[in-house]
Every structure is written in structure tokens, then in C-alpha cells.
Design a protein around this ligand. Sequence first.
Ligand SMILES: *Cc1c(COP(=O)(O)O)cnc(C)c1O
Length: 380
Amino acid sequence: MTGDGTRAVRAGLPAAEAYQPPVPPPVFAAHFHLPGDPSVAPYGYGRESNPTWVALQEAVAELESPGERAEALVFPSGMAAISATLLSLVKAGESVVLPSDGYQIWPKLRRRAEERGIVCHTAPTGGDGQLTALRAAWDRGERVRLLWLETPSNPGLDVCDIAALAREAHERGTWVAVDNTLATPLGQRPLELGADLSVASGTKALNGHGDVLLGYVASRDPELVEEIRQWRTVLGAIPGPMEAWLAHRGLATLQLRVARQAENALAVARALAERPEVSGLRHPGLPEDRDHALAARQMRSFGCVVSFTLPDRAHAERFLAALRLVDDATSFGGVRSTAERRGRWGGDAVPEGFVRFSLGIEDPEDLVADVRRALADAAG
Ligand SMILES: *Cc1c(COP(=O)(O)O)cnc(C)c1O
């Protein structure tokens, strides 16, 4: 098997052919010429499939599961992929176990799922919380269809033991889905660890340039993929060819970006650890992080996010305003560093001074100097 960098530059691309471009251009087509029997046609109508998505889907499947055949489906956003997975695979009367520290839209999606008769349990991310909730639901005789993990979680950066939870869940026929947004398929391969589905927002580190929204689902189970594919066709939440093409083009540098971001995250985390006003510092790559041993077992790279808490809201706002190389913006995983006071959204259970910091690909010494200076300014 090749290394990640080698795989990333070629994933999903056709073999070299004389006088053809190395990366096929985006195909803009609402429909394709379609003589005869449509059931044997690879392309007929643009809501069903498109060659530009297919290339990206093959690339994502190759990165998520290099050792064994998997399939991926791309969506116009991470939420489109998450909603399609949940709502197509879980029927009324069945249950799901969700993480308490999950992407901030989850409570709204949970309400929609409950309105459709899906029984939802939310349990603490990390530790034994979700396993305890899963067992309790089984004991009540519920048919638990799906255990949803987000690891490392956003924004709290708790790590769940994917392999152990998948083993437990599979004993009673519960599928496991992992939100792999933060790690990217180069940082963590949930399908290899036993998950049934790896679901992600490609908007973050996968695309990494802050200019595209995208999502995907990958699985080694063709029946699950088919169910979700049909849902995509029916709901019509499909990505644009231009977005799919941009994301595929960017995959060539994914290994470089992920490696530099992880290096920068660790350097900034170390600088933060020296400061008395910083509490609750989390980064799975920090040796002293409570989840480091588990992260080191299941992750290949520790991601671009560092989270920590400053004494109060005003202190965090002074720090963010004092940074010169870091934009005050939401999202994460981009080539330019960003940070935000997460409490401003009201959706996460975090202290007022909680900062989520996403490291870009700038030089580590510049970022560390900027952070040190901003901390000193904010402390006054
Ligand atoms: C951003 C994000 C999502 C949602 O993705 P969109 O592309 O914004 O729809 C889902 N999960 C996690 C962990 C995220 O960070």
C-alpha cells in the first residue's frame, strides 16, 4: 500500500492518457445523451449522478478505506450528508444514540428526527457515556439502529474508542457512524476501526481552502450506500460539479496541509500550556491530554484544532482582537488560522471564555509568536 501523500495526489483520477488533462475538468450537465435503456447508462440525469462527483467519490473512498473496497457519496454540505444518513437508515420506532458534544446543529436535527418517530438518546461524548446509553436502550427492548460518534468531538475534543464501541454495538446489530470531519481520512480511518459509516463535512480540513461547502458518507456496506444514494436522489440535495471539482483538486495537498496543521496545533497548544490564565486546554496530540493515549492508538494525525478557556468573555474577546495572523471566524481546517469564542453561538455547552482555535499552514514560529503576544496583550 502506498503512503498517504502518494495516494492523495492520485486518488480518484484516471490513468494517464495521451493529450488528456491530469485532472478532468468539471462536467456541467443537467442531462446526458441517453439512447435506449436508461438502467444500463452510467449517466442520464444530473440529480442521479455526474462524472465529477464520481471521481471525487472514488477519491474519498480510497482515502477512507485504502485496504478494502468502499464507496462514498458526496453531498452539498456536511449537514446534508449527516441528515441523509440518519433519516434514510433509521425508521420510525427505531432508536439512535447521539453524542452530547456534537456539531451544534445536532439538537435541531434531533427534533426533526423525533418528529418523524425516531427515538433519540443523547449521552456524554467520550468515556463510557454512550455505551451506557446504548446498553440501557437495549435493556428497554429498543431496536437501536445507529450509534453516532463524533471523535475528536467538536468543540470539546473528547476522543471515543471507535473499535471498542463498534465491537459492542455490532453484538446487537447496531450500526456505528463516525463524524470524521475533524481528523479527515488521513488523520483517522473509522471504517478500518470497525465503523459502518464514516460521515464528514468536507467544508473543513478536507477542502481546506475555506471556499467550498461539501459533505460525504463512506461505507464498505453496499446496501447502506444504496439506501443513502436513493435518499439523495429523492431529496435532491446534490453537490454542484464546480464544488466537487474544487474539492478534488485540493485533495492533492491534503497530506501536506494535515501534517502542517497538526504540527502547528501542537506548537500552539504547548505555548498555551505555559500560561496561567489558560484552563481546560485540549488537543489530542498533547501528551498530557487525558485522551492522548487513546488518540495515539486510533488516530494517524491529531488534527488542527486546539480548544481552551480564558478567564471570561472579555478576556477571550481581547485575545481574539489582539491576534494579527489569525482571523476571528467560525469553521476550522482552513489553510489560514482562525479562532473564535464559541459561546457567541449559544449552541454549545461551553464557558463564556472558551476559544476554539483552528491552525492553518502558516509557519509555526510566526503563529506561536502571535499567540504569545496576543495573550500578553489580553492579560493587560
Ligand atoms: C461543520 C461540521 C459539520 C457540518 O458541516 P457543513 O458542511 O457545515 O454542513 C458537521 N460535523 C462537524 C464535526 C462539523 O465541524
